[in-house]
Design a protein around this ligand. Sequence first.
Ligand SMILES: NC(=O)c1ccc[n+]([C@@H]2O[C@H](COP(=O)([O-])OP(=O)(O)OC[C@H]3O[C@@H](n4cnc5c(N)ncnc54)[C@H](OP(=O)(O)O)[C@@H]3O)[C@@H](O)[C@H]2O)c1
Length: 268
Amino acid sequence: MILITGATGTIGSHVVRLLSEQGVPFRAMSRRAQPGHVRADFEDPASLERALAGVDTVFLVTVPPRPTADHDLALVRAARAAGVRKIVKLSAIGSGGIFGGQSIGAWHVAAEEAIEAAGFAWTMLRPGSFASNLLPHRALILAGEPVPNLAGDARQAVIDPRDVAAVAVAALTGDAHDGQRYDLSGPELLTFADQASILGRVLGRTVRIADGTDILSQLPAEVVTGIDWARAGGTAYLTDHVRQILGRPAGTFEQWVRDHRTAFAETP
Ligand SMILES: NC(=O)c1ccc[n+]([C@@H]2O[C@H](COP(=O)([O-])OP(=O)(O)OC[C@H]3O[C@@H](n4cnc5c(N)ncnc54)[C@H](OP(=O)(O)O)[C@@H]3O)[C@@H](O)[C@H]2O)c1
């Protein structure tokens, strides 16, 4: 049995879809009462114990309210007790690097190390910026208001979330990727302005952007370090793992936009 955490989220929902299409048995986990989901919360050990009963392999997605490994560590503890064999963790590109004397993605690294130390088989997926990150700005885009740009002029390895999910499914359903850390990128490096331009062209409207760094003063220091690192070009590199693992090229940002143009429409 494969447990999919974050099953209502960006990557987890695609993992659920792909496993369903392939007829692979799985259990979807989230806090929300979705049909067919087991309800569990990383902050509720008893709910994790129920979710993990009889589970062999876990897809681990955590989005803690603050950047700590607490949710991952709770899952690791419960998974050990439940006799889980393997964990595929969604981490982030560049985790473990140092920028300006500060650690990048330290909470992901702490989680990765705990998974390794606990003796599970594992795969760590470390994607770049998701193509879907512009979706939450739909209302601004429709109103013709500028979208806040935190990335400056830096180029980023933007990746289609469907590719991240497809790689996760490959790692969850076979052993060829055990013991691997994969930095995952799309096929091209794009600035935020590039993404706005492509989105605007496909939608047939002008997508404006404006410096959004005034919000940095409200964010946790660990998050700001990651953003500063990306602004300095830290994520401006491509990898070939998606093509190697899936046997086809990674999807472009433009293709993702074309496939999701209705999500940006007045009435999605
Ligand atoms: N966005 C990017 O560009 C990017 C790039 C690289 C890496 N990442 C990494 O990707 C991860 C986020 O993945 P995502 O975008 O797929 O997530 P997401 O869309 O934000 O979804 C989060 C999922 O976690 C569940 N969840 C949240 N709190 C929970 C809790 N306390 N207990 C149980 N479930 C909980 C949510 O479900 P319910 O609310 O229904 O419980 C939801 O299914 C993060 O670790 C991030 O660092 C993101």
